[in-house]
Design a protein around this ligand. Structure first.
Ligand SMILES: [Zn+2]
Ligand SMILES: [Zn+2]
Length: 422
């Protein structure tokens, strides 16, 4: 058995399963994996005050952003003004409650809830340990589903689209919303998972002395995907957080491929069916993604046409290809070096959520462009299908186990974890 301090130093890299002995990380620095360069832990100065400050400020900004009007649009003497909460309301009135729910959940509820959870956990507010563990489990799972900053990008794209038709004005709520996006990102950044879990419950003792530079699975050890504790490979549940897992995600490739094929099937109608209907002087003009890009391009809005093309057409197709390639490689058929495949995995993980931009653009347009007889914009079924494709490919990337990419690397790594400033 090892001492508690020694116990705390050992960590299995969550991305490549390498056993690492963490050095003393000076405050304000972070340690990354010597093999795949994933950040393993960050030691923050003021680990409580910092995230609390950012999270409280973010929640306050979120409140402000919902109190006042968000944007106005003026066309030919007619003006239309919306607040953030009116966006889902308009979608519900158009029988698109599903899109409205996605909007409310991803853009407002999840980021807001995460901020609240950070404040409660970081400050050790008195509550039963089981509730604390439950909240911490939820916090790290919800993290990738917060899309406040993607909505912000969608708002900017819709402004450029609308400038061709009339005057777009920013209202009082716009700036608090921008600040909310930045502050919530920063609050997340300032919470170190390992530190937070050590505040909640002590690390379980190591099953046996680990050997550094060798993957966990070769020494009968596995990492808890939630709290990063090192556990015996054959123990299904974690003694600290209770999360049930296996040394490698069970049926990871099958799940990923199944989700990938489903999203591929939905991707076809999502591209062919209209994503929105523009009604001008009583005549409806449905348009799909590609038609929208072509229209923008022919109007001379090259940057927006490019943004939409990259986010809605290039990224989803390349992402599906990349996930397929990762699965093919991880099943042992590929001969690519693991570092390259790992880079692809990281890119897929990072860009996944950004394809939602187009869905948010439609949400903003359909809420704002309500000009009576002159012009109206409605969401159409393609937008919903497209949102589904993005969500399914996100889950597909999440079910893929990146450690499979590294399992065929047999050599012993003698490099030490890298320390650098943030
Ligand atoms: Zn690693
Ligand atoms: Zn755990």
């Amino acid at each position: 058995m090892c001492s508690a301090a020694d116990n705390q130093a050992w960590m299995l890299c969550p991305q490549c399963d390498l056993m690492v002995k963490l050095p003393q990380v000076p405050q304000g620095s972070r340690a990354s994996c010597p093999r795949c360069h994933t950040v393993l832990t960050t030691s923050w100065t003021e680990p409580r005050k910092r995230p609390t400050g950012y999270a409280v400020a973010a929640l306050f900004m979120l409140l402000l952003a919902n109190l006042f009007p968000f944007v106005t649009m003026k066309v030919a003497g007619l003006s239309s003004q919306i607040s953030l909460l009116q966006i889902p309301k308009v979608m519900v009135s158009e029988d698109y409650s599903s899109l409205a729910t996605l909007f409310l959940v991803f853009v407002q509820a999840i980021p807001g809830l995460c901020m609240l959870t950070i404040i409660l956990l970081v400050n050790r507010v008195s509550m039963p340990v089981s509730l604390r563990i439950g909240l911490a489990r939820i916090l790290f799972q919800l993290r990738s589903w917060g899309m406040a900053e993607i909505f912000m990008a969608g708002v900017l794209v819709s402004f450029v689209k609308l400038m061709a038709y009339g005057d777009v004005g920013l209202e009082t709520s716009f700036w608090p919303w921008c600040l909310f996006c930045l502050l919530q990102l920063r609050a997340f950044q300032c919470v170190d998972r390992r530190w937070l879990w050590s505040q909640i419950a002590p690390l379980p003792p190591l099953p046996h002395a680990p050997e550094k530079g060798i993957s966990g699975i070769r020494q009968g050890l596995r990492s808890c995907p939630c709290c990063t504790a090192i556990l015996p490979a054959d123990r299904p549940d974690c003694s600290r957080c209770g999360v049930v897992a296996a040394p490698r995600r069970k049926h990871s490739l099958q799940w990923t491929l199944a989700l990938l094929f489903t999203s591929l099937i939905i991707y076809i109608p999502a591209n062919l069916l209209p994503i929105m209907v523009t009604e001008s002087l009583g005549t409806p003009y449905p348009s799909n993604i590609m038609a929208g890009v072509i229209l923008l391009w022919s109007d001379g809005s090259y940057p927006v046409a490019l943004v939409i093309f990259i986010a809605s057409i290039m990224v989803p197709s390349l992402k599906m290809l990349a996930i397929g390639w990762l699965c093919w490689d991880a099943s042992g058929r590929g001969h690519r070096d693991s570092e390259k495949m790992h880079l692809i995995y990281e890119v897929v993980e990072f860009v996944g959520r950004w394809s939602m931009i187009d869905v948010f653009v439609i949400a903003v347009l359909s809420a704002l462009v309500r000009m009576g007889q002159l012009m109206n914009v409605y969401p159409a079924v393609g937008a919903l299908l497209f949102a589904l494709v993005v969500i399914l490919t996100m889950i597909a990337a999440m079910t893929f186990d990146p450690r499979l990419t590294w399992d065929r690397v047999r050599e012993h790594t003698t490099k030490e974890p890298r320390l650098d400033g943030k």
